[in-house]
Design a protein around this ligand. Structure first.
Ligand SMILES: [Zn+2]
Ligand SMILES: [Zn+2]
Length: 259
């Protein structure tokens, strides 16, 4: 319903519309989803649905973990909230710092269906294993200045294997439930794609991998999410090709030859 109405706005350029994501490679990719703090059934369902709907991969839900106090930053971060045509800067408190979250979850003991009980960092050392931390708390950017929707961590040996998705800002910025749900699915898909090394899209404004707060956008536009929110749940041809290649690269050698 929402996707339909978004396509409607771009009718003029229908010939170069991005394609729905739907990437299917026979690779052994598993995404573990870890709810951090209280996370609603709806949010878990939305994120799982987005990943499973867009990629033919295995998703496994881990047991939720309570948030220790040291994961929060000491100062509030800024976000932009739209009221009518006017944007207001808001200060968000109780904001999670991505690096604190990363160091905390790294040493957690988790239990998975297939591997039993093990430390999360050993789980992610395995080929094709990825983690998405899902939270309803606000999340800061790396500089601790602005509230963001999601991030892929780039530190330590598990380069790009962790992502954090926060529903906080999308919830504050969405006027209806349908709008919120559609946006949350896109945030989860966008962060998941970053984990395969894709950067922000330089090809199309209507690609799911459009950047926020960079690539010629003013900070205000990035914070408002305007450009990202108006994309369909779809990738431009260039991003789709890069993603498919990136996913193929993690195939075990013998499967690679069979492709
Ligand atoms: Zn991004
Ligand atoms: Zn693109």
């Amino acid at each position: 319903m929402i996707a339909g109405s978004i396509y409607f706005y771009f009718k003029q350029s229908a010939s170069n519309l991005p394609k729905p994501v739907l990437i299917s490679v026979s690779s052994p990719i598993t995404l573990f989803i870890l709810p951090l703090g209280e996370v609603s059934e709806e949010n878990i369902r939305l994120v799982t649905k987005a990943i499973k709907g867009n990629f033919k991969i295995n998703c496994q839900l881990l047991d939720p973990i309570a948030i220790p106090k040291h994961l929060y930053t000491h100062k509030p971060t800024k976000s932009l909230i739209q009221e009518g045509n006017v944007y207001h800067t808001k200060l968000d408190s109780n904001v999670l710092a991505p690096d604190h979250v990363l160091y905390f979850v790294d040493s957690l003991m988790v239990t998975t269906e297939t591997l039993g009980s093990l430390r999360l960092d050993s789980l992610l050392r395995k080929r094709g294993h990825y983690l998405m931390v899902l939270t309803e708390k606000a999340l800061t950017d790396e500089a601790g200045m602005y509230t963001i929707r999601g991030i892929v961590t780039r530190v330590k040996e598990h380069y790009q294997k962790y992502s954090i998705v926060s529903s906080y800002l999308v919830n504050k910025q969405s006027a209806t439930r349908a709008e919120y749900q559609f946006r949350m699915e896109k945030v989860a898909t966008h962060e998941f794609i970053h984990m395969f090394g894709l950067h922000h899209c330089q090809e199309s404004k209507y690609c799911l991998m459009v950047g926020v707060g960079e690539g010629g956008l003013t900070l205000g536009q990035g914070m408002s999410g305007r450009l990202f929110y108006q994309t369909p749940n779809a990738l431009c041809a260039s991003c789709a090709r890069q993603l498919k290649q990136a996913m193929k690269r993690i195939l075990p050698v013998k499967e690679k030859n069979a492709e």
